[in-house]
Design a protein around this ligand. Structure first.
Ligand code: F6R
Length: 610
């Protein structure tokens, strides 16, 4: 989704902003731009539909010299299609004020109408351009940029991370946020403002996280923060980013998606490191210790999440109900926000998010802000908005996930949910000990699944030209089927649906014929025979089947056209191994079709608009 980078200091801001924008490319975008002020304070603007490289070429051709101040943006179209005019930065009419913005200004139409009457000339279809003209309007009245920026912020409704730069005060950037992430890297004699720490960390690990309703005047090596709600200055120490830059490299892999799938064994280890100990028979979750008493009064958990994180939540529902005995409901965050439902204080809300910045999930947490309920998080991105707005939580420790399609984050989320379920389990639960032992054995089993990559690749080649695909599973395998279908459709653009295997005969079976294959998750669990019956129903209608089953299980292959074997594990830990198969299958189908698997069309990595 949209990305922001701004620089102020004594190096060339254009270089730093362009490098920062490239570091944000993984989030997905359709156009890019940069505005800079050269050493004389003269403004230059370069915008382009397509990649940041294109903007760099425009800049090199123009050669404006070093720029001590610059702001740049990668845009993922919301208001108005991808075009040079709609790309950010946006400017006021005389190009003395430049603005980059993530989020949505909800009242932009009425503001635009009013500003046009006041004489402003708009050139784009965007909501953001309103901000440049609005600041200009107030600047003309007061000749104070800080005052104009603040007044403009108070007029707009919606969500924003916004950075403004002006020829009136070339030594400063003006930044603000509301419900959209913003972080400032503070270096020696320079500052870098960004929507994501990955744009900063090659320069400094000292950062300040901007909070909602704060306005920041950013100067070389210095930030002045104002709390706009209470009109007072805020003193905030820098924090140190906990981020390994090497993790953001592709290494020898052709794509981030493949690299991240291959990180599964390490992801499992990191998610349980220092937490699970089979020798002492303990699961220790430091992030939940501060709320132990509150947790003991919780009699229901509502999980809110989107996309892949939502499917991890569905696996969590099975785990928490079976192992911890707590009733769980999993809701799509985008629906939860607009739903009227009774909510007791003994219910805890658990938000799951890789990025920690998903607008719908943030909105779900905000909805219950005044309910007095415990708000928990399972988040991967350390220091992200969701990590900071929850009362307590458990980090996934999966490291940065660069491919748009989530893979290792799902593995880590399910691992963390497993540990929460065990942590909340009643003493002596029959599954407690076997599961601790199985968690320790899982990395090696994940390695064994990865060794089947060639088999999975050959199967992907065979099935890549089908237009539709069904994924089925029962119990723990059902959410994995949903996730498998999501993975396939988002990277290969093949229509795919996930279904509970037992639900097939209630409708979807009607679609099955020789052109509609099924991926059947048929592990050697208590419901295997029933799943096999469902497979037979499909085969009786000429449907082709790829089955994922347990090593040594002979019963499945005879009912399938192709079979992939995974090591035996508990039914409760099987989603992790099945997910790796699904991820590899989607990856190989998409790459066989020649698609950009790391940046699927129309999608963005972190969805910061509702
Ligand atoms: C799918 C995918 C998305 C995300 C969803 C939630 O592969 O990546 O469906 O899972 O946008 O994102 P987070 O987990 O960052 O809240």
């Amino acid at each position: 989704m949209c990305g922001i980078v701004g620089y102020i200091g004594n190096r060339d801001g254009a270089d730093i902003v362009l490098a920062g924008l490239k570091a944000l490319e993984y989030r997905g975008y359709d156009s890019a731009g940069i505005a800079l002020l050269d050493k004389k304070g003269t403004a230059h603007l370069f915008k382009q539909v397509g990649r940041v490289d294109g903007v760099e070429k425009l800049l090199l051709a123009d050669d404006p010299g070093d720029a001590p101040a610059a702001i740049g943006h990668t845009r993922w179209a919301t208001h108005g299609g991808p075009s040079v005019l709609n790309a950010h930065p946006h400017a006021n009419s005389d190009e003395s004020i430049f603005v980059v913005h993530n989020g949505i200004i909800e009242n932009y139409a009425e503001l635009k109408e009013w500003l046009i009457k006041e004489g402003a000339q708009f050139v784009s279809d965007t909501d953001t351009e309103v901000m440049a003209h609005l600041i200009d309007h107030y600047y003309k009245q007061s000749k104070s940029f800080e005052e104009a920026f603040t007044k403009a912020l108070k007029e707009v409704r919606g969500a924003y991370a916004i950075v403004a730069m002006t020829t009136h005060e070339p030594g400063k950037l003006f930044a603000a946020r509301l419900s959209s992430p913003m972080v400032i890297g503070v270096g020696k004699d320079e500052c870098i403002v960004a929507s994501d720490p990955s744009a900063i960390l090659q320069h400094t690990k000292k950062v300040i996280y901007v909070q909602d309703n704060e306005m920041v005047i950013v100067e070389a090596g210095k930030c002045t923060i104002t709390d706009l709600m209470h009109d007072k200055k805020v003193l905030r120490e820098t924090e140190t980013l906990d981020f390994d830059i090497n993790q953001a490299d592709l290494g020898d892999y052709p794509h981030f998606m493949l690299k991240e799938i291959y990180e599964a064994p390490q992801t499992i280890r990191l998610a349980s490191l220092g937490r699970v100990n089979a020798d002492t028979n303990t699961v220790k979750l430091g992030g939940l210790e501060s709320v132990t008493t509150q947790l003991s009064h919780v009699d229901r958990i509502v999980i809110v999440a989107c996309g892949t994180s939502y499917y991890a939540g569905l696996v969590g529902e099975y785990l928490l109900e079976e192992i911890a005995g707590i009733p769980v409901e999993v809701q799509l965050a985008s629906e939860f926000k607009y739903r009227d439902e009774p909510f007791c204080r003994s219910t805890a809300l658990l938000a799951i998010s890789q990025s920690g910045e998903t607008a719908d999930t943030i909105a779900a947490l905000k909805k219950v802000e005044d309910y007095g309920v415990l708000r928990l998080g399972i988040v991967n991105a350390v220091g992200s908005t969701i990590a900071r707005m929850t009362d307590a939580g458990v980090y996934c420790h999966a490291g940065p996930e660069q491919a748009v399609a989530s893979t290792k984050a799902f593995i880590a989320q399910v691992m963390v949910l497993t540990q929460i379920a065990l942590n909340l389990a009643k003493e002596g639960h029959a599954l407690y000990k076997p599961m601790l032992a199985e968690i320790e054995a899982l990395p090696a089993k994940a390695e064994a699944v990865l060794k089947q990559a060639d088999t999975i690749k050959a199967i992907a080649e065979k099935y890549k030209n089908y237009r539709d695909f069904l994924f089925i599973g029962r119990r723990y395998a059902y959410p994995v089927a949903l996730e498998g279908a999501l993975k396939l459709k988002e990277v290969s653009y093949i229509h795919a649906e996930g279904y509970a295997a037992g639900e097939m005969k209630h409708g979807p079976l009607a679609m099955i014929d020789e052109n509609f294959p099924t991926f059947a998750l048929a592990g050697d669990g208590p419901l295997l025979e029933k799943t096999i019956s469902n497979m037979q129903e499909i085969r009786a209608r000429k449907g082709k089947i790829v089955a994922v089953t347990t090593e040594g299980t002979k019963a499945v292959a005879q009912h399938a056209d192709d079979a992939i074997y995974i090591p035996a594990t508990l039914e409760q830990t099987e989603p992790i191994l099945q997910a790796i198969v699904m991820q590899l299958f989607s990856y190989y189908v998409a790459t066989a079709k020649g698609y950009n698997v790391d940046r699927p069309r129309n999608l963005a990595k972190s969805v910061t608009v509702e």
